[in-house]
Write a protein that binds this ligand. Structure first.
Ligand SMILES: Nc1nc2c(c(CN[C@H]3C=C[C@H](O)[C@@H]3O)cn2[C@@H]2O[C@H](COP(=O)(O)O)[C@@H](O)[C@H]2O)c(=O)[nH]1
Length: 306
């Protein structure tokens, strides 16, 4: 996760479409430093959770597919989380490694009870196959073994996932420099931490190393809060709902500046109140706030990473 932090700082210091407003950060910190709204993991009640290894398998499958819902205006993250939960409750073997390697697009749709093709459906199927194949090859088919192999370190977990599953290798090149944001790998660690309440498979001695998850909701929330400002060109593209190309400077700046701004927020909270808050908690607060803003305008990038 040091790579994510240093990548984000590198982009933020050269950014030309997205700007971090330190007075916006100060205002948010001033308003919230005494009590960051605590949001419970699974506040929506949509996730499968049984305190055992099947939950780990569920979360890995969930986060393998946790990206790009917006092209279908009726589809949200909730549909994925609850669709996979129901499928697993009906049949405990749906996420067995051998079955993951065989799903077709129509079968995945049926599993989620979704009536039409999913956005980036072929990519979703490819990523499921990759998860099944690599779990079988290296971890005896079990995501729980993968987690156990990381010795309660979230950093090691993120590294191991990125090494074994190329679909989780959330990276890009910005001004000739490689940038790592690892959104889905980090959110998997955070989901374990949330689902297991920091114990068992969710116990990490370095949970504080996790950064926020650079998706398409958090940048939009940070902009609403006055923490991020956009160039008029970028603001116009987002307002017109034009696609922002994956790997473009604009896209990388939106994501990296969000990570960097929340790290700055965290430092300021520590300075002003002496409290060490986790980015995981700041992220869940910002994200859950964002999804409740009606018509929140977010950037639109076709990407498998978020
Ligand atoms: N930064 C951040 N991004 C998050 C999440 C979550 C869900 N986390 C769960 C974990 C515990 C809670 O109980 C949450 O349910 C999804 N996303 C991203 O949002 C986007 C989906 O938006 P929409 O199309 O409106 O559903 C998409 O990029 C998706 O990857 C998060 O926590 N943080």
């Amino acid at each position: 996760m040091d790579e994510v932090r240093s990548s984000a700082a590198w982009v933020a210091s050269r950014s030309s479409h997205v700007f971090i407003d330190s007075s916006g950060i100060e205002k948010v910190v001033e308003d919230t430093k005494d009590s960051i709204p605590k949001v419970e993991w699974n506040f929506e009640g949509i996730h499968y959770s049984d305190d055992g290894p099947l939950t780990v398998q569920y979360l890995l499958v969930l986060d393998a597919l946790n990206f790009c819902f917006w092209p279908d205006k009726d589809l949200n993250y909730d549909d994925l989380a609850s669709g996979l939960k129901l499928a697993l409750e009906k049949d405990k073997s749906v996420f067995d490694a051998d079955r993951l390697q065989k799903y077709t697009g129509p079968e995945l749709r049926a599993l989620l009870n979704w009536p039409r093709p999913l956005p980036l459906e072929d990519e979703r199927v490819r990523l499921l196959h990759e998860v099944g194949y690599e779990l079988e090859r290296s971890f005896d088919g079990k995501a729980a073994n993968l987690v156990e192999s990381c010795g309660k370190s979230a950093s090691k977990l993120v590294r191991t996932i990125a090494q074994h599953f190329s679909g989780f290798r959330d990276h890009s090149v910005y001004k000739g420099h490689q940038i790592f944001l690892y959104k889905r790998a980090q959110i998997f660690a955070a989901d374990l931490y949330g689902a297991f309440k920091g114990r068992g498979y969710g116990e990490f001695h370095d949970v504080g190393a996790i950064t926020i998850f650079a998706d398409y909701i958090v940048p939009a929330v940070l902009r609403q809060l006055g923490v991020l400002r956009y160039s008029s060109l970028l603001a116009g593209l987002i307002e017109a709902e034009n696609e922002i190309k994956a790997g473009s400077e604009e896209e990388i700046e939106l994501r990296a500046c969000s990570v960097y701004a929340v790290e700055k927020m965290r430092e300021l909270i520590a300075e002003k109140s002496g409290k060490q808050v986790l980015s995981v908690d700041l992220d869940l607060w910002l994200w859950s706030y964002g999804i409740r803003i009606p018509g929140l305008q977010h950037h639109r990038t076709l990407s498998i990473y978020y």
